[in-house]
Ligand binder design. Structure first.
Ligand code: FES
Ligand code: FES
Length: 158
């Protein structure tokens, strides 16, 4: 067993976990943050994507002990002071979700992508979300949502 201390969504957290505990299970079962979804459990679907020091990672392929001392952002950490983030509002406005199972992974992926690519082309967006699978939407509204989120972020920054 190992003691793991880290920052999750801006809050210091600690837990004692086995060395083999996956970050996805750590977040969901040890910290109760069930917004991170687990689909394939082998790095393919992207549903479990969280931000590790701001970069998207598959939490189902990451050991909890390996992120000790680092900062993790889950979908629960995207809204600030009860206000949805620009990326969340973009997805809500453009119907970028249906059942919502894949959505936490798309939101975290898009958040990191738009931070580094504030005015993306269609091709940029398609490539950015190509590691996330959605069984419902057909992706067109997801691409629209990311573009709308870019507009909202630009408005916030202006
Ligand atoms: S559950 Fe992690 S990539 Fe599918
Ligand atoms: S909205 Fe259902 S899997 Fe994407």
């Amino acid at each position: 067993m190992h003691d793991v201390s880290l920052i999750v969504n801006g809050v210091p957290r600690e837990a004692r976990v086995p060395a083999r505990r996956l970050l996805s299970d750590f977040l969901r079962h040890d910290l109760g943050l069930t917004g991170t979804h687990v689909g394939c459990e082998h790095g393919v679907c992207g549903a479990c994507t969280v931000l590790l020091d701001g970069q998207p990672v598959r939490s189902c392929l990451t050991f909890a002990v390996s992120v000790a001392g680092h900062e993790v952002t889950t979908v629960e950490g995207l809204a600030k002071d009860g206000e949805l983030s620009a990326v969340q509002r973009g997805f809500a406005e453009c119907h970028g979700l249906q059942c919502g199972f894949c959505t936490p992974g798309f939101l975290t992926t898009a958040t990191a992508f738009l931070r580094d690519h504030p005015a993306p082309s269609d091709d940029d967006v398609i490539e950015a979300v190509s590691g996330n699978l959605c069984r419902c939407t057909g992706y067109q509204n997801i691409v629209k949502s990311v573009h709308r989120a870019a507009e909202l972020l630009a408005e916030e920054g202006s």
